[in-house]
Design a protein around this ligand. Structure first.
Ligand code: GDP
Ligand code: MG
Length: 209
């Protein structure tokens, strides 16, 4: 891996969603441009190089298994949130239960994020299997509305039929991760200024006593 200006901005992405929604298909499509049809269900961690702002960056993608028992798995989710710089939450437009699960996952991520004190977690919601529109049970508008209410990005894609839309998902997330890092840095800068100003004021107050 090349280092440009000595700076590396690696990003960790966790892909979550119920079984059979096409998480592995999306990841494999992104990494190889191919749709191979069957993927098994082995938990995997991939590393892929992308170029962001002229800098090469490693994107680590975790193809995570879905846990039915969300409540008793809080430690597992806490670890995922701790590791992640961003999430891809996948549902199938033909599977209402998978869409409902995305709402629950957002709640879990936000709860853990608050516990761990993160400023903002970039999340992309993906409605997959768009090619199966004749079996659609979740409207595009529902996905868009959920994304809007949770401040996430939203895409409808077909891992089976379209590489470009899958590419947009991961590029969109990488952009958001980069933006969130910039704003965290800015915030840290502002906090620093506030700290030093309040230090000056405290000193003045004690001086005048
Ligand atoms: P995962 O359990 O979420 O990882 O789902 P998989 O990636 O293993 O995909 C589950 C099944 O859905 C497989 O049979 C895939 O071939 C199929 N699949 C995945 N994406 C699409 C898609 O965009 N369109 C269609 N028609 N089938 C898909
Ligand atoms: Mg899978």
């Amino acid at each position: 891996m090349t280092r440009l200006n000595g700076q590396r901005m690696d990003a960790n992405v966790v892909v979550l969603g119920t079984d059979n929604v096409g998480k592995s298909a999306l990841i494999v499509r992104f990494l190889t441009r191919r749709f191979i049809g069957e993927y098994g269900d082995i938990e995997s961690l991939y590393t892929h190089n992308v170029v962001v702002d002229g800098r090469e960056q490693a994107l680590n993608i975790w193809d995570a298994p879905y846990s039915q028992d969300l409540s008793s798995e809080s430690l597992m989710y806490e670890k995922r949130v701790q590791w992640a710089d961003g999430f891809v939450l996948v549902y199938s437009i033909c599977d209402r239960a998978s869409f409902n699960a995305v709402s629950r996952l957002i709640q879990i991520i936000k709860t853990n994020k608050d516990i761990l004190g993160f400023e903002k977690m970039p999340i992309v919601i993906v409605g997959n299997k768009r090619d199966l529109h004749h079996h659609r049970t979740v409207l595009s508008e529902e996905g868009r509305l959920l994304a809007l209410s949770a401040d996430c990005q939203f895409y409808e894609v077909s891992a089976a039929e379209n590489y470009h839309s899958v590419l947009m998902v991961f590029h969109g997330l990488v952009d958001r991760i980069r933006e969130s890092r910039v704003s965290v840095k800015k915030l840290a800068g502002i906090k620093g200024i506030v700290k030093s100003m309040s230090a000056v004021f405290t000193r003045r107050r004690t001086d005048s006593l």
